[in-house]
Design a protein around this ligand. Structure first.
Ligand code: ADP
Length: 446
């Protein structure tokens, strides 16, 4: 107990004792004691009322506007708590102001969504990019404010890690990338960034590579043609030049291959309208490819086996599939020592359709596997060049599979061999019976 409590008790006791003594002298000790008790009570009630009024009015000020033992202490405690709370409020509002200034300066749109996807708050960029108003649209469902079907599907699927791209609601020429991050108690933050410039730059890069490749193809074909003519010539004047000419022809052919592969990649990446899918007789295609692989193997005598379900055809683009499957088969030949075994399997199971190219060749160390489908990524640059590789083969395979809704899986062990698996969705399966001759005619684009 504090000192003021003791003083209050002492004072009250003295008053009561004094009253009792005075009452005894007057002959009414009990009456005097009752009167003194009521007086003390009234005094305390008056102080309590003062305190209640002071708290209710909430008047600021340094000092407590009433005195009295204990009551003045209570007032001082309350005043101190009030001062602390005011300080905290000032700090919080300063932080809030800084946060609002920072989010207003953000170039990306930020929108706070409630559990049922209603807009709770948005920053300035959300107004410019998404056309949202922090005053008008608060509390409205975000799917009513942004109605792009891709965005609505993305939001309702609640896939929080992926992002979605869609044209800005305020300007069709602006491309946005949006993602949703969960935070706090069941709230979500929608972030949208303008990626128009990034996409434009990517397009410029693709166009540049495609244009350069296209421009190089004609001169390279001419050089290669002349070199072939010179090498075919029986002229004795050229006898001394035969070796350098043959080296030049080899290099120009390699450059032509790279140019062809770059053009193919550019087509796979940029084609806005996919060529119509047609039934592809994969077993026949694989027999053709195995024949080419045997020719490539030549004297190395690889054992190339094809095990394909003859009733299993695929709805797709034959030209692209031929290129992808050939790349895998030729890679197996190039990276398997003479006499090695290469198996090509084509089958369906409950998860879809699969093409597997397996070899017992040199294999690939695990650290290279994630990067193999990057352009020009090679485990051994010199060996790849020496064996006629362009460094673009697996990149082409990846794009072809992507365009068919499939994916490439690679497993490999150094010194044991590699397995390249192309997975296709089961919906692409097609029965051989429905094929019409037009699908394989010369006019077919695929
Ligand atoms: P490249 O034209 O060099 O073969 P790819 O993109 O087809 O380019 O392959 C990239 C690299 O992957 C190759 O350089 C090679 O190191 C490795 N690779 C591809 N297929 C095989 C395989 N069957 N066995 C071992 N390594 C392989």
């Amino acid at each position: 107990m504090s000192r003021s409590w003791w003083s209050l008790l002492r004072r009250q006791a003295l008053i009561l004792l004094g009253a009792a003594w005075a009452g005894w002298l007057a002959g009414h000790p009990l009456g005097a004691l009752l009167l003194a008790t009521l007086g003390c009570l009234a005094w305390q009630m008056w102080k309590l009322r003062q305190l209640e009024r002071w708290l209710r009015e909430g008047r600021d000020g340094g000092s407590v506007p009433f005195s009295g033992l204990v009551w003045a202490d209570i007032g001082a405690h309350v005043a101190r708590l009030r001062r602390q709370s005011r300080k905290r409020k000032r700090k919080l509002s300063r932080l809030l102001k800084q946060f609002q200034q920072a989010t207003a300066a953000l170039p990306d749109a930020a929108v706070v969504l409630s559990e049922d996807d209603r807009m709770l708050w948005c920053n300035g960029a959300a107004h410019t990019l998404l056309g949202l108003s922090p005053n008008r649209d608060i509390g409205l469902p975000i799917t009513h404010l942004m109605r792009h079907p891709g965005f609505v599907a993305f939001l309702t699927q609640r896939r929080q890690r992926d992002s979605v791209e869609f044209p800005a609601p305020v300007d069709d020429d602006v491309l946005l990338s949006a993602r949703v991050v969960p935070y706090g108690k069941k709230q979500r933050l929608l972030l949208a960034a303008d990626i128009t410039r990034v996409r434009q730059l990517e397009q410029m890069r693709r166009d540049f590579v495609a244009n350069v490749s296209h421009e190089l193809r004609t001169p390279l074909t001419v050089i290669s043609g002349y070199l072939e003519t010179l090498l075919d010539s029986e002229s004795p004047a050229l006898a001394a030049w035969r070796q350098p000419l043959s080296g030049m022809q080899q290099q120009s052919r390699r450059m032509l291959h790279i140019v062809e592969d770059l053009l193919m990649l550019a087509r796979l990446e940029t084609q806005r309208e996919r060529p119509p899918r047609k039934p592809v007789p994969v077993p026949v295609l694989l027999t053709d490819i195995a024949g080419d692989a045997i020719a490539l193997s030549g004297e190395q005598g690889h054992r190339i086996e094809v095990d394909a379900d003859p009733a299993l055809w695929l709805l797709g683009c034959e030209k692209e599939l031929r290129s992808a499957f050939s790349n895998l088969a030729f890679n197996a030949v190039r990276h398997t020592p003479a006499g090695g075994r290469i198996q090509i399997r084509w089958f369906a199971d409950t998860s879809g359709l699969h093409l597997v190219v397996e070899d017992n060749g040199e294999g690939i160390a695990s650290q290279h596997l994630p990067r193999l489908t990057e352009r020009f990524y090679r485990v051994n640059r010199d060996r790849s060049r020496g064996s006629g590789g362009t460094g673009l083969g697996l990149s082409i395979v990846k794009h072809v599979l992507h365009n068919h809704g499939g994916q490439l899986r690679i497993t490999s062990e150094l010194g044991v061999g590699s397995v390249f698996t192309c997975d296709f969705p089961g919906e692409l399966r097609v029965e051989p019976a429905i094929v019409t001759p037009a699908c394989h005619g010369p006019a077919a684009r695929c």
